[in-house]
Write a protein that binds this ligand. Sequence first.
Ligand SMILES: [Mn+2]
Length: 236
Amino acid sequence: MKPLIGLTCSIGLEENYQYKETNYCEAVRGAGGIPILIPSFSEFAKDIPQLVRNLDGIIVSGGNDIYPMHYGEGPIQALGSVHRERDEVELEIVKECIKNKKPFFGICRGLQVLNVALGGDLYQDIYSQIKGKELEQHNHSKGTPPSNHSIEIKNDTFLYDIYKQKIGWVNSSHHQAIKKVAPSLEPIAWSKDGFVEAVVHKEIPSIFAVQWHPEKMYHKDHFSQQIFDYFIDLMR
Ligand SMILES: [Mn+2]
């Protein structure tokens, strides 16, 4: 039996449709899983406990910003678009994955959701909130170059086992980042300018997240493939 992998959807601008990029689905299937899209809408968070129990693993995917009230702040001017129902559904998914020790893979926004759900917080916009320090280009959106910035990977982690070296190269498409890491998460990779680029749960190693987009490089990059393989293999 192939593992069933829930994939959270993004919400269209007119807010009347839900979607997920095909490359997420291809990466899940390529690694041996069956992708199942999870929408977000009013009151749906209440059904998440049952849904999580019936899936083998969940990917909380990339997308818009998290409403900062979830970490006790009001919105600053540079905050991007937010969607209250998606926040509720995904925060509930984290809670249930922890409770049921269900494999969880956060990608980009998914890393931020994981951190906020577990008590950490975020920079709402790194480029307007961090002054006096030159930051790398984390918010690359034009074209699809194979790599945007380097990461330094911690020894003795699953990520090090994949890359087999301290330095990796990743694509990057985010303007928010982890500020305070949640107490139950361990950072395992950083960009040169000091942002946390990957985390793993300290007690549940099958719960992890990356700040970049391995799904976009799935067909081109061996390491990206291996991250998905590693995730799906947790369920075999
Ligand atoms: Mn980055």
